[in-house]
Design a protein around this ligand. Structure first.
Ligand code: SF4
Ligand code: SF4
Length: 202
């Protein structure tokens, strides 16, 4: 299960992303990695076998990716696997600058990795007073729900709405309902609720 429209943003609009792994010292490490290809099975990138990054990928089989451009952002975390030289030529055809970085047969130093099971978010703040947040899922990952949710004790006082920067709480219902696609996760509603019935999840 996945929605390739977000992969298109990641690969074609943003392209250069920040990828995090854990270093041998146990601390997070990031570096800029180009996302080269996508299909319905995930997103593809590559690295050279001689790099410490390669060793970390092989060892951890997991990454976190974040990228942003023009006030749109994509963040993903999930499982990766080495697919060797599969898709390497296709990557070089679609990303012709790679032919200059690794000319002729030197591309043999590279291995392709697939992000195949992940979850994350698309975030768009190009209209600041109406932000958009959407979930992204790759593969059969069990989705962990995150955000703020209103409980049954809600009395409909609307105080949460009055302090919400995005006014993304539907007060025509009781319990009132937070529109998850426009919520900033700022927590103001939960702090304000007299019944303490807005809970942070995840
Ligand atoms: S502040 Fe709490 S009780 Fe009041 S409407 Fe919001 S969720 Fe319901
Ligand atoms: S967390 Fe912030 S943005 Fe989201 S509903 Fe509550 S007040 Fe509004």
């Amino acid at each position: 299960m996945c929605d390739t429209k977000y992969f298109k943003v990641l690969v074609e609009e943003i392209h250069s992303t920040t990828v995090a792994t854990i270093g041998t010292d146990g601390h997070p490490q990031t570096r800029v990695i180009d996302m080269m290809l996508y299909d319905e099975n995930g997103v593809y990138f590559l690295t050279a076998k001689g790099k410490a990054f390669y060793d970390q990928l092989m060892d951890q089989q997991y990454i976190a990716v974040s990228a942003t451009k023009d006030k749109k952002a994509v963040s993903l975390r999930g499982k990766i696997k080495n697919i060797g030289y599969e898709k390497l030529d296709e990557i070089f055809e679609k990303n012709t600058y790679m032919q200059k970085i690794y000319p002729n047969d030197t591309r043999a130093a590279l291995q392709v990795f697939q992000l195949y099971e992940a979850q994350g978010e698309f975030f768009d703040i190009s209209d600041p007073s109406n932000i958009v947040r959407e979930s992204i899922v790759i593969g059969n990952v069990e989705v962990v729900k995150t955000g703020y949710f209103v409980g049954e004790e809600c009395i409909g006082c609307k105080l949460c709405y009055s302090v919400c920067p995005q006014k993304c709480i539907d007060t025509t219902k009781k319990p009132v309902e937070i529109d998850q696609n426009h919520c900033l996760h700022c927590g103001r509603c939960a702090e304000t609720c007299p019944k303490q019935t807005i809970k942070k999840v995840g």
